[in-house]
Design a protein around this ligand. Structure first.
Ligand code: ATP
Length: 327
């Protein structure tokens, strides 16, 4: 990330020439969808800094989630204003990259991206959806929130509702909470016996491996908010009538169980951060930073798909001539 957070100076791609934004140099000139040839984009310093930030956020073995500094800004040394400016710039690239993904999905490509958002109450999942996914065409986003299972969902395996919500080809899927609730709240609130939730980590890993093998890039984000900041955000919800609807008395109960949630999140990171579906722990006390960080993660995931524009399936010159004949 760092100032300008990994965009190529935030410049817009030239759609007509088919030049890619993002980067990830590659000599590949076509993919399954039959895309136009793209000149490899050179790696640049901003991309390198984006990648460095992404690596800093990645959950590595040994990371103690309870020790994460929620006010930190890994990989970014700018101010809030710098961060907001960088987010706007990265948004231009994201929009272009998302359109490529969508276009490829419409023309036979099988790729998609799934952003899994987890976090304690008030961590800012909604803000990520609004401010990061809001930077791209909503037609290309498949958002699904996972709340307390409905009676119908309860009749099925816990992954049933998740499978049905996976993004189709060409989309960016966003899970606001996810199957991880089944090893978080289900464990902390003792909704199922320990042997049941313990068996789920491996099952989730197998599930995610299959999803990834089918063409979905999975990016899992844990937004990490400190107890003090959570207190302030809950307080604000009580103080401001227009935020009362966001307050849920059960948030205080969950807050009291923070140590149990920290232990549950620790196991999630230790047991389910895999090469095909890594976890990223994003400090979330500064909302602007968390949004910038997630935008960088998404940018990297989309850039790595290395998608060009789908080639025309018709004779462009002939069509141009036909069109001219209609004037
Ligand atoms: P949020 O708290 O995410 O901002 P919200 O307040 O609008 O969202 P809902 O989306 O209706 O609430 O539901 C979220 C709640 O559902 C959380 O308390 C979460 O723990 C709970 N939940 C999600 N999945 C499960 C599950 N599999 N089993 C039990 N509870 C779940």
């Amino acid at each position: 990330m760092a100032k300008a957070s990994g965009t190529k100076s935030g410049k817009k791609s030239d759609k007509k020439s088919g030049k890619k934004s993002g980067k990830k140099s590659s000599s590949r000139s076509s993919d399954k969808a039959g895309t136009t040839s793209d000149a490899p984009a050179p790696a640049d310093d901003l991309t390198a800094r984006r990648d460095a930030a992404v690596e800093l956020l990645r959950a590595r073995p040994g990371l103690r989630v309870a020790d994460v500094d929620a006010r930190a800004k890994p990989g970014f040394d700018g101010s809030r204003t710098d961060g907001e400016r960088a987010l706007a710039k990265i948004g231009e690239d994201l929009s272009d990259l998302q359109e490529r993904l969508y276009a490829n999905g419409r023309t036979g490509g099988d790729r998609s991206v799934l952003l899994v958002l987890q976090g304690l109450d008030t961590a800012g999942k909604g803000g990520i959806v609004r401010h990061v996914l809001g930077l791209v065409d909503p037609q290309g986003v498949a958002l699904r929130s996972f709340g307390v299972p409905t009676p119908e969902e309860r009749r099925h395996h816990y992954l049933w509702r998740v499978r049905r919500a996976l993004p189709p080809a060409g989309r960016i899927g966003v899970f606001d909470r996810s199957h991880y609730e089944d090893v978080l709240v289900a464990r902390v609130d003792e909704l199922v016996p320990p042997d049941v939730w313990r068996a789920r980590y491996d099952e989730i890993n197998r599930f995610e491996a299959r999803v990834a093998a089918a063409g979905t890039t999975i990016v899992k984000v844990l937004l990490w908010v400190s107890p003090d900041e959570q207190y302030a955000r809950l307080h604000e919800r009580l103080d401001r009538p227009e935020k009362h609807w966001k307050y849920d008395p059960s948030d205080v109960d969950a807050r009291l169980r923070r140590p149990a949630y920290e232990a549950a999140y620790q196991d999630v990171l230790d047991r389910t951060s895999t090469d095909v579906a890594p976890w990223y722990v994003v400090p979330a006390d500064r909302k602007w930073y968390a949004r910038l960080a997630v935008s960088a993660l998404l940018h990297r995931a989309l850039s790595d798909l290395d998608l060009g524009w789908p080639a025309a399936t018709y004779d462009v010159s002939a069509e141009r001539a036909r069109l001219e004949a209609t004037r």
